[in-house]
Ligand binder design. Structure first.
Ligand code: HEM
Length: 203
């Protein structure tokens, strides 16, 4: 009986944890060394030495003592992906944390107000029919693993709308850069007014 209860507790602890809220702290702590911080468009973003990524349970965490900056984002339901795209993504993509993925990129993005005043179907038309965001992205799977975090609905103080996170092996870095070039040339990126490209190496 005692054993059963313990087993139940353990499975609760290990299986039911599905984190949605993530905090990215740039400072001097964390397993990711920041190799470079590049402002693609918009205001300068301060460089830091290390990045710590923390999964928080449902509440916004307090800032760390030695942080240079702190960004928060939450995973959410998909807005644009249709059924065939979702199925293909599920088949092709691999999860984060692969031992071979020693490189990563954190790319915070803000979109212009005109994007947010468009309707859902207008945004989808730019995102996929015109820009082929998913079409382009799919060709880089499973080499690149990803997680999209939304910031807009978290609080009014969040500087970016999205925190995009990617992990890959060193041999896929050139492909990753090529994908970025393709996406940044697309009509969707006409709506991006702040983008910082932070590159990382796991230490
Ligand atoms: C690895 C290849 C990639 C794939 C497979 C991919 C796939 C997707 C998908 C399916 C969505 C839509 C989610 C939804 O339905 O709400 C999405 C959204 C998004 N992706 Fe990508 N993506 C990739 C690469 C990238 C890159 C390199 C960036 C940034 C530089 C990026 C930035 C974004 C942003 C900002 C959104 C949110 C768009 C919005 O809601 O306005 N993605 N991506």
């Amino acid at each position: 009986m005692t054993l059963n209860l313990e087993n139940e507790k353990r499975s609760e602890n290990t299986m039911s944890k599905s984190y949605r809220l993530f905090t990215f702290t740039g400072g001097n702590e964390g397993v990711w060394e920041i190799i470079r911080t590049v402002t693609v468009i918009g205001d300068h973003w301060p460089p830091a030495e290390r990045l710590a990524v923390r999964a928080d349970e449902g509440r916004v965490a307090e800032g760390s003592a030695n942080s240079v900056w702190e960004l928060r984002g939450i995973t959410s339901n998909e807005r644009y992906t249709n059924r065939p795209e979702k199925d293909t993504l599920r088949q092709r993509q691999e999860g984060l944390g692969r031992p071979s993925s020693t490189l990563a990129a954190l790319i915070p993005i803000r979109k212009k107000m005109t994007w947010w005043t468009m309707t859902q179907d207008e945004r989808r038309a730019v995102f996929e029919e015109q820009s082929k965001h998913i079409g382009i992205g799919l060709t880089y799977l499973p080499a690149i693993a990803r997680r999209l975090h939304h910031c807009r609905d978290l609080s009014e103080r969040e500087p970016f709308d999205f925190l995009t996170w990617f992990e890959f092996a060193p041999e896929s870095e050139t492909a990753f850069d090529r994908m970025l070039e393709e996406l940044r040339r697309s009509p969707e990126w006409d709506y991006v007014d702040w983008e910082i490209d932070i590159r990382l190496r796991r230490v």
